[in-house]
Design a protein around this ligand. Structure first.
Ligand SMILES: [Ca+2]
Length: 390
């Protein structure tokens, strides 16, 4: 079993095809090492991120506590099995690599985390990304192969781009590279940054282009779950920072739900009475006045799903944030109607995809909520028992 405990940040190391371990070695701290995710955990986090939109990549690091040791164990087994079954058959229609962004919007002075994930198709993998126009700064945040940090041949990022080269890979290895882009506080609202990249992964391929818009408002929307049973309820939290004395947060849900209800409107830590508010089956709109710039404004509302909702239906939430001068569109967030979990009690509650099994990541949510005091030890026990039986 390969267990690499030291990551070397290798600055140029290719000499006539060979690999030279360069100097400039840096030993990462143990907390950095804990942030390593297994293949399953990363892809689960990412698919969640794709569907819930506002959830940022950094969430995956917050989940690296004790509960994720379980996931790491499972991941190692899965990865080993994949390697064994992959054999020597190199024919594959797998995409060369996939790039995902924590957000396609950024405020001046903000940052975006970019994740490139691939299955190794040969013994080397390279990715080369270019930023246009140049960004303020960029840095490689993490590189993992099957959840372990490899010793890269090259790993570099600056205002112009990011490059990583790996070798010694086995067919099917799960490669995850995460880098951060920082945008200048002087960046003008309306500027578009584009990221264009190429990968070599047993052949060259384009990673395509992704665009990041500089917007006045960065809006974060979180759903209590991205799946809900007919007759169930979802809680949505949408928040941003004020840039003006007034702010209107408008949310639109499609198709219509049974009803929406505004649970709370807060500015900083304080609950406030909005200047205006409406909530109906398709929309929630809240206007707050008397704001100071950078006040954090947060609206929490529930969506009550009809008992007649069809299983499989996809819902989306879009919206805008506006002041007296400018309106920023918010990212689309989706959720799906699923059959209720066959599990009872707390286990059913944490069986997010209602498939009757509690996965390590679903157990991780329960452990996190226990840490927050939202779940009792006996409820956590029910979830652990269901995890053991899954
Ligand atoms: Ca489940």
């Amino acid at each position: 079993m390969r267990l690499i405990v030291i990551t070397l940040l290798v600055i140029v190391a290719t000499v006539s095809g060979g690999v030279v371990a360069a100097d400039g070695a840096a030993i990462e701290t143990s907390s950095d090492m804990n942030s390593v995710q297994d293949a399953n955990a990363v892809s689960e986090t990412q698919s969640l991120q794709e569907t819930t939109g506002a959830r940022e990549t950094t969430t995956s690091r917050d989940l690296s506590g004790s509960s994720w040791d379980l996931a790491l164990g499972n991941g190692a087994l899965v990865a080993d099995t994949a390697n064994q079954t992959a054999g020597n058959n190199s024919s594959s229609s797998e995409p060369a690599a996939e790039r995902t962004l924590s957000s396609d919007q950024v405020v001046p002075g903000g940052e975006v985390t970019v994740t490139v994930e691939a299955e190794a198709q040969g013994d080397t993998f390279t990715v080369s990304e270019n930023f246009n126009p140049t960004v303020d700064d960029a840095s490689i945040e993490s590189i993992t192969v099957n959840g372990d940090p490899p010793i890269p041949i090259a790993s570099a990022a600056d205002s112009t781009g990011a490059t990583v080269a790996l070798d010694g890979l086995n067919l099917g290895d799960n490669i995850v590279i995460e880098y951060r882009i920082g945008v200048s506080t002087d960046a003008e609202v309306g500027t578009n940054y584009s990221i264009t990249g190429d990968v070599t992964n047993d052949g060259e391929a384009s990673l395509g282009t992704d665009k990041i818009d500089v917007t006045k408002y960065a809006v974060e929307r979180n759903l209590s779950s991205n799946q809900v049973a007919p007759g169930g309820e979802l809680t949505v939290t949408t928040q941003t920072e004020a840039r003006d004395s007034t702010l209107t947060i408008s949310e639109v849900v499609t198709p219509a739900v049974n009803e929406t209800e505004i649970e709370s409107v807060t500015v900083g830590e304080d609950s406030v009475t909005p200047a205006t508010e409406t909530a109906n089956a398709t929309a929630v709109t809240v206007t707050v006045d008397d704001l100071n710039s950078s006040d954090s404004v947060r609206v929490e509302y529930t969506l009550n799903i009809s008992t007649d909702a069809d299983v499989g239906t996809n819902y989306s939430i879009t919206g805008t944030v506006a002041d007296s001068n400018i309106e920023t569109s918010t990212k689309r967030t989706e959720f799906t109607i699923k059959d209720a979990s066959p599990l009872d009690g707390a286990a059913g509650e944490y069986d997010e995809d209602n498939d009757g099994d509690v996965t390590a990541s679903e157990l991780g949510s329960a452990v996190a909520d226990f840490g927050q005091g939202d779940v009792s030890a006996s409820e956590l026990g029910e979830v652990v028992t269901a995890f053991g039986q899954s």
